[in-house]
Design a protein around this ligand. Structure first.
Ligand code: NAD
Length: 464
């Protein structure tokens, strides 16, 4: 049952801010013992309420249990365990040793001070990891924090509002619920760091608000992530991995493959491969599958339906929309570069296949467009890999897979240009994702599972 989301009264927002600032100033959140205890509480909050949190997300987005456990709750536990494991190392002072001889006798110790009160404004698509992962970072850093999750997953946001004060220090960690007015009120206040995940459009509003107080900001944004199929690669495997990446969360992921640049010489083979894989994945049609969730809102559904109706491409697979939230995974072929499908991030279950001359043409197209969060290149050729490394920019460049880069927590993640900026946090404000490098290459793509049971056991071990 969807629970009604109670918005935080506007009059409470400045008071919550002031409490977060005052608690930080009191020094309460600095001792490592306090940080450890709050981290364990955050882990316990997930573990003891797993069933409720899974059910809440199923109510809001129709997300299957396995996906929530593995891709949304598991990574929060991971972030907690990781922070507990590394806290001493992360917070220990560093010594700068390589200084000119005449300064060698000076004390060059670098101490790491927490930044202060942090604000997190987060989206609905992975509401747990995107909200609570960075919160684990803030706790580990000794900061206080206010989280503003999305109003579009009301059951989840209401559950978090009830659980926060039961598990976390109510003087240091707060949850504000609401929509644009509440977020606007939060943004008028002065924070020591703002961490925003969401659309590029709202990212600009956040950056402008942060600039008023010269507040450092992390922007994890979206964009159109292209996939490219090199003619000499395994086309069926490429189609399978692209379609797998697309169907996850019904394409409502910042790193979903948005469009595929297909060399004209192999178009028929690529189409046949997509058709084969589609029928293997969903022999009874994808709407019959319990693993397929729904589109987040009727408004979003209407936008996607309009895209299918207005495109100049041809619906090749799927295309059916049902009611106000259900929609088939839809593959559209022969999409021109200036089509409506190529304007904004699709952020839904539509995959556009765009014919191109060759991989060189594909690289030029990517380089000319706003820098995406990820580029997925399917190739066996070292020359082509080199070319894409040199000539395209993206938050991540992934070879021969889609979306799996999110499962490798140890590797950097973040945007570049229009897909965001993870302003290198001054230590020890620790975001869930390590600072990004400009690229990330998975040369041997593997399917990795988060070893959740191990993580949970590990957490217990840490807690003793
Ligand atoms: P959104 O930008 O609409 O909302 C995100 C948050 O911003 C919510 O908490 C919302 O209440 C708030 N918000 C919305 N409009 C606002 C306004 N005018 N002023 C102030 N606050 C406002 O994003 P969404 O629809 O929830 O998420 C979709 C976008 O997020 C996609 O573009 C996707 O690619 C991106 N995303 C990026 C990442 C990443 O890690 N880079 C992860 C998930 C989603």
């Amino acid at each position: 049952m969807a629970s009604e989301l109670k918005y935080t009264p506007m009059s409470e927002i400045p008071k919550i801010h002031d409490k977060a600032v005052a608690t930080f100033a009191s020094g309460k959140t600095r001792p490592l013992a306090y940080r450890r205890q709050q981290l364990r509480q955050l882990g316990k909050m997930i573990q003891e309420n797993e069933a409720r949190l899974v059910a809440a997300l199923h109510t809001d987005v129709g997300k299957p249990q396995l996906e929530t456990t593995v891709a949304d709750l598991g990574p929060v536990v991971y972030a907690v365990v990781d922070a507990l494991k590394h806290l001493d190392e992360w917070t220990a002072p560093d010594k700068v040793t390589e200084v000119p001889e005449w300064r060698a006798s000076w004390d060059t110790t670098v101490y790491k001070a927490p930044k202060g009160a942090a604000l997190f404004v987060t989206p609905w698509n992975y509401p747990y990891v995107i909200t609570l992962g960075p919160l684990a970072g803030a706790i580990a850093a000794g900061c206080t924090a206010v989280c503003k999750p999305s109003e579009h997953c009301p059951t989840v946001s209401q559950a978090l509002a009830e659980l926060f004060p039961k598990y976390l220090d109510p003087e240091a960690y707060f949850l504000v619920n609401g929509a644009i007015p509440e977020t606007t009120a939060l943004l008028e206040l002065r924070w020591d760091h703002i961490f925003y995940t969401g659309s590029n459009r709202v990212g600009r509003i956040i950056a402008a608000a942060a600039a008023r107080h010269v507040t450092p900001v992390t922007l994890e944004l979206g964009g159109k992530c292209p996939a490219v199929i090199d003619p000499d690669t395994n086309i069926e495997l490429s189609a399978k991995r692209i379609l797998y990446g697309k169907q996850s969360n019904l394409g409502q992921i910042c790193v979903s493959p948005d469009y595929v640049l297909v060399p004209k010489s192999k178009q028929d083979e690529v189409l046949a491969a997509f058709e084969k894989v589609y029928n293997q994945f969903w022999p009874n049609g994808c709407l019959a599958s319990p693993d397929i969730g729904h589109v987040i809102s009727p408004a979003h559904h209407a936008r996607l339906s309009r895209l299918i109706k207005s495109t100049r491409g041809e619906v090749f697979l799927g295309g059916k929309t049902v009611g106000e939230r259900k929609m088939e995974i839809t593959v559209i072929k022969n999409v021109p570069l200036d089509d409506i499908l190529m304007e904004d991030e699709i952020y839904g279950p539509i995959l556009a296949l765009v014919p191109v001359d060759d991989v060189h043409h594909a690289a030029r197209i990517i380089a000319e467009r706003p820098t995406p969060l990820a580029v997925y290149l399917f190739t066996e050729s070292d020359d082509v890999k080199e070319k894409f490394l040199e000539r395209t920019a993206s938050g991540t460049l992934v070879l021969n897979d889609t979306y799996q880069q999110l499962a490798v927590h140890e590797m950097p993640f973040g945007g570049q240009g229009e897909s965001g900026c993870t302003s290198l946090p001054s230590l020890p404000f620790l975001p869930v994702f390590p600072p990004p490098s400009l690229l990330l290459v998975l040369t041997h793509p593997r399917r990795r599972r988060v070893p959740r049971q191990d993580l949970v056991r590990h957490l217990h071990a840490q807690a003793q």
